[in-house]
Design a protein around this ligand. Structure first.
Ligand SMILES: C[S@@+](CC[C@H](N)C(=O)[O-])C[C@H]1O[C@@H](n2cnc3c(N)ncnc32)[C@H](O)[C@@H]1O
Length: 210
């Protein structure tokens, strides 16, 4: 697949300012990658599809959400991309939680360079999630852990009304089956716009009966 940004961004609601900020992110990622090895080197060849568009598609699944938290952000996917979009929406922001200091240094640098509306937490998610339960609208995590572990980590957020958006590969159905053995939750599977074999699990917690 060619990695043409125009092609990758087709169909997404991306302003000229956001496009310019995304171009800065890609340039900085390429620069840092040479010394810091932040993402799988093969994925950089398709960075606009594999990372930028793959992250942007989550925003369309929760258009009214103001406060997001992205767990295990790595080099910023999806959280930093969502934070770049949030920069043009007053009152919108994304918490980025990442335990690897080298990746946090990149996140802070890239956030400054792009003007992304993010707060970087250089910490383990187990220590951050409890303090952010109130006021988070959406929790995301890509390539962090299988669904049962994700639900164990994010249960306090989901119980408080947050929406979970978890990009998954071909094993999504098996992960759903495994998680449903011990937990009761609502799940919808949305086919990925960047890879028809992949999907995004849209998870909500059932309300307690009144
Ligand atoms: C495979 S990478 C995925 C990065 C990014 N989400 C992506 O899809 O490109 C998983 C990331 O989660 C981070 N991580 C793993 N366990 C964590 C924890 N308990 N708290 C915070 N970050 C964690 C790792 O340092 C790593 O950067």
């Amino acid at each position: 697949m060619s990695d043409d940004p125009d092609h990758a961004l087709r169909g997404f609601d991306v302003s000229r300012e956001t496009r310019e900020r995304l171009e800065i992110l890609v340039a900085e990622l390429r620069r840092w990658q040479q010394i810091k090895n932040l993402v799988g080197p093969e994925t950089l060849k398709e960075v606009w599809h594999r990372h930028i568009a793959d992250s942007l598609q989550l925003a369309a699944l929760a258009p009214d959400a103001r406060t997001w938290i992205d767990l295990g952000s790595g080099a910023g996917f999806p959280g930093l991309v969502l934070g770049i979009q949030a920069a043009e929406r007053a009152g919108h922001m994304v918490h980025l939680v990442e335990s690897n200091g080298r990746k946090c240094a990149f996140l802070r640098h890239a956030a400054r360079a792009t003007g992304a509306a993010v707060r970087v937490h250089d910490a383990r998610l187990e220590d951050v999630v409890p303090s952010l339960v109130a006021g988070v609208d959406v929790v995301t995590a890509r390539a962090l852990a299988p669904l049962p572990q994700l639900l164990a980590w994010t249960e306090p957020l989901l119980k408080n009304g947050a929406l979970g958006l978890f990009p998954k590969g071909e094993g999504a159905a098996a992960e759903l089956t495994e998680a449903a053995k011990s937990l009761r939750f609502n799940a919808e599977t949305v086919v990925s716009r960047t890879d028809p074999r992949a999907s995004i699990l849209r998870i909500t917690w059932p309300r307690d009966p009144a």
